[in-house]
Design a binder for this molecule. Sequence first.
Ligand code: CA
Length: 587
Amino acid sequence: MRRLLLSATVSLLAVTAANAEVTEADIADDATITTQVVTNGMGRHLQRFSPLDKINKENVARMVPAWAFSLGGEKQRGQESQPLVKDGVMYVTGSYSRIWAIDAKTGREIWQYDARLPEGILPCCDVINRGAALYGDKVYFGTLDARLVALDAKTGDVVWNKKIADYKAGYSYTAAPLIVDGLIVTGNSGGEFGIVGEVQARDAETGELVWTRPVIEGHMGTLNGKESTMTGTLNATWPGDMWKTGGGATWLGGSYDADTDTLVFGAGNPAPWNSHLRNAGTPTEGNTGDNLYAASRIGIDPKTGEIKWHFQTTPREGWDFDGVNEVVAFTDREGNKRFATADRNGFFYVLNREDGAFVAAHPFVSEITWASGIDDTGRPIFNEANRPGDPTAAADGKKGETIFAVPSFLGGKNWMPMAHSPKTGLFYVPSNEWGMDIWNEPISYKKGAAYLGAGFTIKPIFEDHIGSLKAIDPTTGEIKWEYKNDAPLWGGVMTTAGGLVFTGTPEGEFKAFDDETGEQLWSFQLGSGIVGQPITWDQDGVQYVTVLSGWGGAVPLWGGEVAKKVSYLNQGGMVWTFRVPDQVASN
Ligand code: CA
């Protein structure tokens, strides 16, 4: 009798769980299944385009809150998460490695999980998290002590918890993990501490490592617990032992292009910032000083972790122009399969999806100083006078020549994702117009300490704005329209078949623009700055739009004169969900 009862209970649970499971097909088709959002980027191509048009240019002015949810506590720092939605449940990550499951229709909490963080974590750029991943019956997210946690999506109970890297050496984790065919694929954060960027693939069920791929030349990869191949060629582009602490953090995570069966990850700046220590300021014979594969996009075989191709946006990098920004797969007007990526260095690149080969590049911010353009091979045409000077050339050997460079090290565009509309063919790019004083200093590596060898202060370059949302034609580089914002933009963008472009501002305004003209059609004050990533989905026939508010991120911590300018902005931590009511009282 007891045995019978037990088996009945088990099968009932199995049926319930089956409803909520996220399959490879759900992930592959996420861009077109409008009742869910189960991928970072709203589809594997990262277009952040929804085919939904129930909310559109005609009715968006009537959009109002459906519910709001507080992340609570005293941990109100930058909220950069992209929520996920499956079967009426929303999964949201928050500052300080917290995650919630929320009823997507009402905003009622289902469960909350707080990671227990050790003393001495070393997040460089605020205690943020950019989102979770869903697969099978689990929800996954990374934590600030560089761990990856798998939770039961129904209960929030821990299934497994694995170490990605040593937080004491400066590693952390903030990106949304990536799911590809039963693997969970992650990068790492910590590029300002002389860590080594790496991509890791694990069995999503057990958390066991399948392969690892460091992204700095000279380091060995692994496959099934054994050494596989060396990344690049030892000392081809790095002098001496500098590659051992060479940076290249893969901190923004990656994407998967199913058409070419390729993972695409970006690698951050080479370490340290002082490029003269890496031979990048003055390359010598037999060593280019390019410092591969830092400041690059890298195509990786998902089965073996082998590098298939790379494209380095900023060889001989010397301005903290991380090469991590998201790579969006799209089809151009002639039907060519392309990638687009808007780099920290101020140029918008189009690459061939088959092999990552350079197609074209156009500047997307004004007054770029460090390069006069990009040549036919995709290599920058450097302005050598705009490289921060070598401190060993200074009289006291302590401070190299200071230069004023545009963009600032926080980039023409930083982490905040752009959107692409296949309807208009345009990219909607959240950018910033700013520059910096920057100089180099001597530095040597010390585990767990900042490894920069540079000093800097960011400054605005225009009186009336820093933030600039631009609609860009990827073929010509033409800027079709621009929205200028006083504070730097730091939140993601989404576009819809309803002809709308959504984004938020640090001033707390969540906005909708006309995708063709840039006319502002709607705005709503969310009480704290918006650095989150909007999503939209259909629940029981109603279209909802969600975004987090909660000011923070890198600007208040690293923004120099700009940080002072925006120091009045208040912190927060809310999930806001909107809809257009069916009926509005008419009298
Ligand atoms: Ca960096």
